[in-house]
Write a protein that binds this ligand. Structure first.
Ligand code: PLP
Length: 420
């Protein structure tokens, strides 16, 4: 099919898209001349919901008119403010409300979770990660190992695709966990790999880790708001995620954390503590002994950044209206359409993201044989916003909340002209 034919088909698909009106709830970035960019970078920074200022200004006004009383007075007092996002967040990750808390940023939460769940003992001291894990996760793991007096080179068990393959095979991940069970102290993997876009079989991996009696945690930075998650049912020990990618909560937005209820209610678990994790019924008596809240809230350190939680509320409201099931349905359709179009053009790239629906989300990673960076720069000059990862990958993410089939077709058209 020609690019022109794809564009025609895109118009028809957009017209029958039941979620098409959601785009109007977001600010689409524009060029100097006022024209909209082709925004396919929602996996890096989700767009701003138009309702964000309303939510944030409400809190600024409370601060203006109530001052310190805002903690306990007015609508939505700040003291329990983070409770407002608990249920919608829990729903997105498939957790029970008391298993989920928003706090800190993602890397901080990974450290907090490792402070609890990484307990090297005797031979059991290795951590399983992906060889192409996100640098921050790797640094966090390396520094945790050093903190325990362990050598990262010896204690990181890295999973990598076979030579010639772009993906991790579930069977091999399970087999690695089984084979090394008596050496492992933790499995910590990206639920969706940031580089390849591969969605791991989190359910099977969690089951294998539990059989091996190794704590299992997932980094869900690229998974939350993108693919369906059932953390509670899968028996995952913990998970952490940021909210500024698919969740559109703004740069540096407040992150989320899941702690399975079999741990969330175990107040004897070791942890790094702060006053906000203390049981709220006695927190303000300023006791000397830390008494953790009987839920995921017991891992909080500080009182939450209300303005960031306010921005997140705006976004979660939209998710609730759209519904994760419908978003996933559109995502599969939209990303499948983009894949079909990209496969029809001639260019020095191939898609390394798996094509099976259960192993992919909204992102497609294009691996270039040559000229990855210059292609990315040429796309930028032609009003495309996507992202480039050293050394040779361009990632594009048509996001079902605000991207259209026409965006996907326009992107394909621009890319195609670069190879003419
Ligand atoms: C985006 C991302 C991060 C970013 O960490 P912050 O602490 O939010 O800066 C970390 N890990 C992964 C896998 C990511 O995709």
């Amino acid at each position: 099919m020609s690019i022109a034919a794809f564009k025609e088909r895109a118009v028809i698909l957009d017209r029958s898209d039941p979620l098409r009106s959601f785009r109007e709830r977001f600010h689409i970035p524009v060029l100097d001349d006022g024209s909209e960019v082709i925004y396919l970078a929602g996996n890096s920074l989700g767009l701003q919901p138009k309702s964000v200022p309303e939510f944030v200004v409400r809190e600024l006004d409370k601060w203006k008119t109530l001052g310190v009383s805002g903690h306990f007075e007015g609508d939505d007092p700040w003291m329990p403010y983070h409770e407002l996002v608990r249920a919608p967040m829990a729903e997105l990750v498939g957790g029970l409300p008391h298993e989920v808390v928003v706090m800190n940023s993602l890397t901080v939460n990974l450290h907090l979770m490792m402070a609890t769940f990484f307990e090297p003992r005797g031979r059991r001291r290795k951590i399983v990660i992906e060889s192409d894990s996100f640098p921050s996760d790797r640094y966090a793991i390396q520094s945790q190992l050093r903190h325990h007096g362990l050598a990262p080179a010896e204690c990181m068990l890295e999973l990598s695709p076979h030579s010639g393959s772009d993906r991790l095979e579930t069977e091999e991940i399970l087999e690695t966990i089984e084979r090394h069970a008596d050496e492992l102290a933790l499995v910590l993997l990206g639920g969706v790999n940031y580089y390849s876009g591969q969605v791991l079989d989190m359910k099977a991996i969690a089951a294998a880790a539990r059989r091996a009696q190794v704590p299992i945690g997932f980094d869900l930075a690229h998974a939350v708001g993108n693919v369906p998650l059932s953390l509670h049912d899968w028996g995952v020990d913990f998970a952490a995620w940021c909210s500024y990618k698919y969740l559109n909560a703004g740069p540096g937005g407040i992150a989320g954390c899941f702690i399975h209820e079999r741990h969330a209610r175990d107040r004897s678990l070791p942890r790094l503590a702060g006053w906000w994790g203390h049981d709220p019924s006695s927190r303000f008596e300023m006791p000397h002994e830390f008494d953790p809240t009987n839920s995921a809230d017991g891992w909080q350190l500080s009182n939450p950044p209300i303005l960031l939680v306010a921005a997140l509320r705006a976004s979660l409201d939209i998710f609730k209206k759209a519904g994760m099931d419908r978003l996933r349905e559109k995502s599969l359709h939209l990303t499948g359409f983009l894949r079909e179009m990209l496969s029809s053009i001639e260019g020095p790239f191939r898609i390394i993201t798996p094509s099976e629906p259960e192993a992919s989300g909204s992102q497609l990673s294009l691996l270039f044989q040559r000229d990855a960076r210059s292609t990315f720069e040429a796309l930028e000059r032609r009003a495309v916003r996507c992202d480039y990862r050293e050394p040779d990958v361009v990632r594009v993410a048509p996001v079902p909340l605000y991207n259209t089939f026409s965006d996907a077709a326009a992107f394909t058209g621009v890319l195609n002209t670069l190879f003419q």
